[in-house]
Design a protein around this ligand. Structure first.
Ligand code: 3HC
Length: 696
């Protein structure tokens, strides 16, 4: 069936290295062939322009179909070209040639028609797509607006309110919904090429340009409501406001003029800071997801999960949601029953959000078995251990698993901090052992640290990466080391927040410094949500082994001693008002002031707080790369954006640091060092950032 991998015949002529032209009776077929996803690069644009010039002057044809060779239609403009001047011809010029073509043109879509790719499709007279295709305008997700007519043509097909929703949310729409919304005109069932030609012939010779259409009626109130909802969601983001402004030109401005204004806004945004941060992120995430060694993954159909607590249940949910079978083991029946309830709820939520594909929650849940006997895992391909975070408990479970699993089974641990090489040794199969470090809440957090131990086989590592993709997680490679990448950096960030507190800054001031840098919430607000008692117990357990020279801040203990354990006790670092909103706490303020008065240091200014936080993060990142625990600065930014709530549209802390003058970064590390005192180790920050500076 020609639905997934489309090819052209040997008679197709080359218009450019990325475009071919073929005839099928009186229909001209223009193939875009720019692997892997047919991004609309300069070679594609040149080839299209040449092909359109030829077919427009050819009296022997009656219609044109544009079709993607390989696995996709056109995934959008080539994002790599966006940091500099765009080589001609630019996309609007090519699209003008489609409109001017005397014959009707159909876009035959499979795979993805996104961004400039979907704008090209919108310029054609008709659009037909395979049922598994996706279409949409994701430019706002890249800090821009559609720059080739998307804001003018899409709302003319679907109405202004829906157009505002689709463009500002950057939502990708599956073909069946796209058909219902009017984004495409037909679905191809078996043979895209043949059905596109048949569709074109059935519609006769006339043109049907979206740019000339009157949009479906909508009241001003409906348009206002859609605009306000989008502005509220995209608060502070220029691209959202600009997208709405461009779309609303439809109400007031002739289309040619509106297209020029849209292009001008696109050109300004494309070279702006947010767009370059989001582009950086796009490529950093794709690079992170590549395993550090080349090998074919092993097949995984049945997954065992051991430990049915919050993490185990979360892991089981996402594995089931992907259509794999799961056996969940826990020795406590009540814990298992609770896990089943939470898995049912997660699958139900995913079904409601349309994230289970064609399957229902009930179908996915049928793939779940539970039990209390590890021996039931004898047939599993991969087992993920997610029991209590304690070295003795984990070592025992892993040793028992090593004995009951089949020889070829892979064993993974979800430990966050423990000595993973010790666990690998306990498994009795260190070559088939790795770390899969998930983040809570598992169904929501995209990040998965995939930890390669000394003896992990390449194919086993590749299987970890492949599983991540299957279950919709973003894998980042890490090597053994306490806290791997994310938690190790977070520990340094936390320490700087506590030093600032010790020096007399208030939690709300420190949180404001962190959110100013790009964290979604400050450390103290987050701690109140997770509860202060777990970290309190951990500090108590480590008290005896702590080096007396280490700077230790006592305020967190004092806050816990007041019974302020976070939101669950309605008091922590903050007080909570009747609506549950955090407000500054007079009790905590008093503790902080009294502590500062005792040692008499001046409270740090906002700039010094954020400088020390940034300095600590960048320095620790440099150490992580030097020690080989993290592969690159980009990987670390991917971890902080996808696991720790750092704003995607700011790229990541290291991306931000690389934009600063080097001496400013050194001064930040100095601040972190002064605040830390004994035990601070400096990393080669300049070497870490040099690569980022060169590529941005
Ligand atoms: N430009 C350049 N490279 C691109 C690209 C693009 N638009 N889209 C994908 N690629 C590259 C990826 O970097 C990756 O390269 P690599 O193998 O060297 O790492 C390769 O193509 C494959 O991509 P994925 O790993 O993401 O493959 P998937 O099959 O998982 O996903 C996809 C395919 C859904 C098409 C996904 O790649 C995607 O979402 N691409 C981006 C789409 C997009 O945002 N387009 C809008 C661009 S902006 C625009 O068009 C402006 C216009 O308005 C003028």
């Amino acid at each position: 069936m020609a639905l997934t991998d489309i090819g052209y015949s040997s008679s197709a002529r080359e218009m450019s290295p990325a475009v071919r032209l073929e005839r099928d009776g009186d229909i001209a077929l223009i193939f875009i062939d720019n692997p892997p996803v047919n991004a609309s690069s300069v070679a594609v644009r040149q080839g299209l322009a040449a092909a359109l010039a030829e077919v427009s002057g050819d009296r022997g044809i009656s219609g044109v179909a544009i079709i993607g060779a390989g696995r996709s239609f056109i995934a959008g403009s080539d994002i790599k070209e966006f940091g500099r001047a765009l080589p001609p011809p630019e996309l609007p010029e090519v699209l003008a040639a489609i409109e001017a073509c005397p014959w009707p043109v159909i876009a035959a879509i499979h795979g993805a028609a996104l961004g400039g790719g979907y704008e090209l499709a919108l310029t054609c007279d008709w659009r037909i797509a395979t049922p598994d295709a996706v279409v949409g305008l994701p430019e706002v997700g890249l800090g821009m607006i559609p720059g080739a007519g998307g804001t003018q043509r899409l709302p003319r097909l679907v109405g202004l309110p829906r157009g505002i929703e689709l463009i500002t949310s950057a939502r990708r729409v599956a073909a069946p919904e796209a058909l219902a919304l009017g984004m495409i005109d037909a679905l191809a069932q078996t043979d895209l090429r043949a059905e596109a030609i048949a569709f074109l012939k059935s519609r006769g010779p006339g043109k049907r340009l979206a740019s000339r259409m009157i949009p479906p009626a909508a009241s001003s109130a409906e348009i206002e409501a859609a605009a306000n909802a989008a502005l509220a969601k995209g608060k502070g983001r220029d691209c959202v406001a600009e997208a709405i402004k461009a779309i609303r030109l439809i109400e007031t401005t002739p289309v040619e003029e509106a297209l020029a204004l849209e292009r001008a806004a696109f050109q300004t945004l494309r070279v702006g800071e947010e767009a370059s941060a989001l582009r950086y992120n796009f490529f950093a995430e794709r690079a992170a997801a590549k395993p550090p060694v080349a090998a074919d993954p092993l097949p995984v159909a049945l997954v065992g999960v051991v430990g049915a607590g919050t993490m185990g249940a979360g892991i089981a949910s996402v594995v089931l949601a992907a259509g794999l079978k799961v056996i969940l083991i826990d020795s406590n029946e009540a814990v298992l029953a609770r896990a089943r309830g939470s898995i049912e709820k997660t699958l139900g939520d995913l079904e409601r959000l349309g994230k289970l594909g064609k399957a229902s929650a009930a179908e996915r849940l049928a793939g779940l078995e539970t039990g209390d006997d590890l021996a039931r895992l004898a047939g599993a391909d991969l087992v993920i251990e997610a029991v209590f975070e304690d070295i003795a408990v984990k070592t025992e479970v892993i040793a028992r698993l090593g004995a009951v699993l089949s020889d070829k089974a892979i064993l993974a641990t979800n430990t966050s901090y423990l000595d993973i090489e010790k666990l690998a040794a306990a498994s009795g199969r260190p070559d088939r052992f790795l770390g899969l470090h998930f983040f809570a809440p598992v169904p929501r957090m995209k990040l998965l640290e995939v930890v390669q131990c000394a003896a992990t086989e390449p194919a086993v590592l590749a299987t970890g990466f492949a599983l991540a993709k299957t279950i919709g997680k973003l894998p980042v490679p890490a090597r053994p080391g306490e806290g791997f990448i994310g938690n190790r950096i977070y520990a340094r960030y936390r320490a700087q927040c506590e030093y600032a507190l010790d020096d007399g800054a208030l939690p709300q001031e420190i949180d404001a410094a962190a959110t100013g840098l790009g964290f979604a919430m400050g450390l103290f607000a987050v701690s109140d949500i997770s509860g202060l008692d777990i970290a309190w117990r951990l500090r108590q357990s480590k008290a005896a082994s702590r080096d007396a020279r280490e700077r230790y801040v006592t305020i967190p203990d004092a806050v816990c001693e007041l019974g302020r354990l976070g939101r669950k006790t309605e008091a922590g670092w903050y007080d909570y008002d009747r609506a549950g909103k955090p407000v500054p706490s007079p009790a905590v303020t008093e503790l902080v002031k009294a502590n500062a008065a005792r040692h008499g240091r001046p409270a740090p200014e906002a700039k010094a707080i954020s400088g020390a936080i940034m300095g600590a993060i960048v320095n620790e990142a440099a150490l992580l790369v030097e020690e080989g625990i993290a592969r690159s600065a980009q990987d670390i930014d991917v971890v902080l954006v996808n696991g720790y709530g750092f704003a995607r549209h700011k790229g990541g802390p290291l991306f931000q640091a690389a934009r600063l003058p080097p001496e400013e970064v050194v001064a930040m590390v100095d601040l972190a060092e002064q605040a830390t005192g004994w035990g601070f180790r400096r990393g080669d920050v300049e070497a870490l950032l040099a690569g980022l500076r060169a590529s941005n």
